[in-house]
Design a protein. Structure first.
Length: 347
C-alpha cells in the first residue's frame, strides 16, 4: 500500500513537470518572489490529535504564463492523546496556473520531507501534497494567496504513532506573494509577416487627415486645415475669422476665441521652426495705408499668441492687399482676403 501511495504521488509530480519542459509559450514575467504564509491543519483520524496551526516561508520563481516552481519551509503544531505534535519540514512545489490575471486560480503538487515529533517520539519521513488555490493581485509586487491541500505523510517505520506510519491531513494556507522587480508589460510576439502587414496597413491610414499616410507622417497630429510638407509637418495655416475693431489692430473677443483654439493645437503638437505671422487686407483704402494696418494687425496677433504660450520665435509682417486669395470686387471675397496666415520658416 505504501509503495502504491508513493508511486501515485511521484506520478502526479512527474505529470506536473512534463508540461513545464514542453511549454513553448513563454511569458515575459519570470521574476523571483518570496511568499510567507500561515497554515491551519485539519488532522486525520490516524494521528489521534486535535487540529493545529503553523506557518512558513516560500521562495519561488515564475517560469512562464502557467508555471511557478517554489521551495517552502514550514512548522506546524497541535495537541493529541500521544502528546503534543511538532511538524517541521520542507517541500518543492510545482504550481500550474490556468491563466494569469488579477484573480489567478492554480493547482499544485509537491514532494518533500518532514520531521515529526509526538511527545518524545521523533522520526523523519516523506510527504506529498496536491491541492488547488488562487492568487489575487493587489499590486504588481503584492499578491494575496491561499490554497487547500491534501497531504500524505509516511514516517518510514519510525513508529512515531504506534500502529501506523502513514498519515493523511488537510492544510489550508493563507499568505501573500512579493515578486522582486518591475512587472514586465505584456507585448505581442512580432513576426516578419506581421511586421509587413503592419507596414502595409499604415500606408492606408491618415490619422490627422493631412494627406500624408501614417508610415511617412513625422508630425502625426497636425492642425486640421493646415498645409503640410511631404513629412506631414506644417508649412502654413490660414486663420479665418480673425476680426479687428474698425480701423484698428485691436482683436475682437471672437478673434481671441479663434486664436485660443489655434494656440491649444500648437502647444499640444509643437514644431520647432520660427513662425512668420503674416497679415493681409482687402483692397479698400490705399495700398500704403493697408500695408501699415496689416503690419500692426500681424504684430497684434503675434503678441497675443506669445502671451498665450506659443514657444516658437514669432516674426510679424504685414503684406497689405498683396496676394489676394479671392475676388476683391465682392464682399465675400474681401472677407476672404482679410486674413492672418502662420508660415513655418524652413531652417
Amino acid at each position: 500500500m505504501l509503495n502504491k501511495n508513493l508511486l501515485a504521488i511521484a506520478s502526479l509530480t512527474g505529470l506536473g513537470f512534463l508540461p513545464l519542459v514542453q511549454a513553448a509559450d513563454q511569458s515575459e514575467d519570470n521574476r523571483w518572489y518570496v511568499a510567507p504564509f500561515a497554515s491551519f491543519v485539519r488532522t486525520g483520524g490516524d494521528r489521534n490529535s486535535s487540529d493545529g496551526w503553523g506557518g512558513g516561508l516560500g521562495a519561488g520563481k515564475i517560469i512562464d504564463k502557467h508555471f511557478n516552481v517554489e521551495l517552502k519551509g514550514f512548522y506546524e503544531g497541535f495537541g493529541g492523546t500521544n502528546g503534543p505534535w511538532d511538524l517541521a519540514g520542507g517541500i518543492a512545489d510545482v504550481q500550474y496556473y490556468f491563466f494569469r490575471d488579477k484573480f489567478s486560480p492554480y493547482t499544485v503538487v509537491g514532494l518533500g520531507a518532514m520531521n515529526t515529533c509526538a511527545s518524545e517520539n521523533c522520526g523523519a519521513g516523506l510527504i506529498g501534497e496536491a491541492g488547488v488555490g488562487f492568487t489575487y493581485e493587489l499590486h504588481d509586487n503584492f499578491l494575496i494567496r491561499s490554497d487547500v491541500r491534501y497531504r500524505y505523510n509516511n514516517n518510514l517505520n519510525a513508529q512515531v504513532q504506534p500502529g501506523t506510519d502513514e498519515f493523511h491531513d488537510m492544510t489550508v494556507n493563507v499568505g501573500f506573494v512579493v515578486p522582486f522587480g518591475d512587472k514586465p508589460k505584456s507585448s505581442a510576439i512580432s513576426t516578419p509577416q506581421m511586421a509587413t502587414a503592419q507596414a502595409a496597413d499604415c500606408s492606408t491610414l491618415d490619422s490627422d487627415g493631412d494627406g500624408v499616410n501614417n508610415c511617412l507622417d513625422r508630425c502625426p497630429a497636425t492642425i486640421k486645415g493646415g498645409k503640410v510638407d511631404t513629412n506631414g509637418c506644417l508649412i502654413s495655416i490660414v486663420i479665418k475669422g480673425v476680426k479687428f475693431k474698425y480701423d484698428s489692430a485691436e482683436l475682437t473677443p471672437n478673434a481671441m476665441k479663434i486664436l485660443n483654439s489655434v494656440v491649444q493645437d500648437l502647444v499640444s503638437n509643437p514644431q520647432k521652426n520660427d513662425i512668420e505671422v503674416q497679415g493681409y487686407a482687402s483692397s479698400e483704402g490705399t495700398n500704403d495705408y493697408n500695408l501699415k494696418l496689416s503690419q500692426r494687425r500681424s504684430e497684434s496677433v503675434a503678441a497675443y499668441l506669445k502671451i498665450k504660450g506659443i514657444p516658437n520665435q514669432l516674426i510679424a509682417k504685414g503684406y497689405g492687399e498683396t496676394k489676394p486669395i479671392a475676388d476683391n470686387d465682392t464682399e465675400a471675397g474681401k472677407n476672404e482676403n482679410r486674413r492672418v496666415e502662420l508660415i513655418w520658416i524652413e531652417e
